[in-house]
Design a protein around this ligand. Sequence first.
Ligand code: NAD
Length: 361
Amino acid sequence: MNYNIAVIAGDGIGPEIVREARKVLDAAGAKYGFTLHYTDLLMGGASIDVHGIPLTDETIEAARKSDAVLMGSIGGDAKTSPWYQLPPEKRPEAGLLKIRKSLNLFANVRPAYLYEELKGACPLKDEIIGDGFDMVIMRELTGGLYFGERKTVEENGEKKAIDTLTYSEGEIRRIAKRAFDIARKRRKKVTSVDKANVLDSSRLWRSVVEEVAKDYEDVTLEHMLVDNCAMQLVRDPKQFDVILTENMFGDILSDEASMVTGSIGMLSSASLNETKFGLYEPSHGSAPDIAGKDLANPIATILSAAMMLRYSLDLDEAADAIEAAVKQVLKDGFRTGDIMSEGCTQVGTAKMGDLIAERIR
Ligand code: NAD
C-alpha cells in the first residue's frame, strides 16, 4: 500500500525530530509492506522566511490532499526571533491555528501513558502509580467557550465581561463518535466529563453522548463531573481509558494528565476531523534552546507517527510495533538528556531514532 504524507518539519527542533520519525516510519513500512510518500511543506517561521506569512493557501491545499499530516513544531524564541516583531496574525503560531481551522480538526487526542522505566519522573506516590496508567484525553477543539461570542460592556459605571459557551448537537455527536471509535481500539471505556449539575451545554453534552453510546454497545460509558475528574486524575489515574470532554475542560485536564506522566519529550498528540484525516504532532513546542544540538527527544514525534498509522491509515500492527520498539529502547536503558537517569546510557536525537528503528526491523 502507498500513502501520501504531508510533512511540516517546522522550526527549532522540528526538522531533527521529524527526521527521526520518518526513519522509524520507513523501518515500519519495510517490515509491514507499506510505502509512505512524503511531501515537505512550510509552516510557521520557516514559511515566514520564504513567503512572508506563516501558512499559504497552497500549503493548506497540499495538506488537504494528503492522507495525513506529520508535524514537528513551529515557533521561535519570542524574545530574540524577528518573527515576533510581526503583528500577531503573521507570527508562526497563527499558522497552526489556521491549519486546524481550515482542515476542520475538531478532535484533539492526547495520550497520557506512564512508562515503567520512567516512573521516577511521575510526581505521584508509588501506591497510586501501581503498575502504571494509560489513558487518552479526547478534547473538543473548535467549539465551546473559546469560540463563542465574547464582549466587555459597561453597566452602571462598571465593566462586565461576557463569554459564551455554546455547543450544538452535531458538534457533540461528531467528537463523541471519535471517542467511542478510539475506545474500541483500546480498553473499551469512555468517561465523558462535564458539569451537568450546573451547565445547560453539559446537559446537552451528556444526552448526546448517551445517544451515540447506543451504537457502541461493546464500549462502557460513564459520566463524571469535571471537578471530580480533576481529583481522580491524581487519586487513581488507572481507572481511565478514554476521557471525552469539551474544549475548556479538555484544555485543563489534558495538561494535568500529561504532567503526571512526567516528561514533555514523550507526549504525542493528534488533531482529527470527521474522516480518517488527521494532523499528528508532539505536544511540546520547538524548543529553540536546544535546536540543532542533537539533544531533542524525538520520542513524542515518533509516537505521534505511530498514532498516524493507527488512526489515519489503519496500520495498527505497524503502530503497535513502533510503540513496542520505544518501550524496548527504554527498557534497554537508552535515554535522551531530558529523561536521563542514573545507570542509563545517554544518546542524542539521531541515535535514539536509530535505536528505535533497529528494534522494528
Ligand atoms: P517548548 O515545549 O518548546 O520547550 C519547553 C522546555 O522543554 C524547553 O526547555 C525545551 O528545551 C524542553 N523540550 C521541549 N521539547 C523537548 C524535546 N523533544 N526534547 C527535550 N527537551 C524538550 O515550549 P516553549 O519554550 O514554551 O516554546 C518554544 C516555542 O515553541 C515557542 O515559539 C512556542 O510558541 C512554540 N510552541 C509550538 C507548539 C506547536 O508547534 N504545536 C506548541 C507549544 C509551543
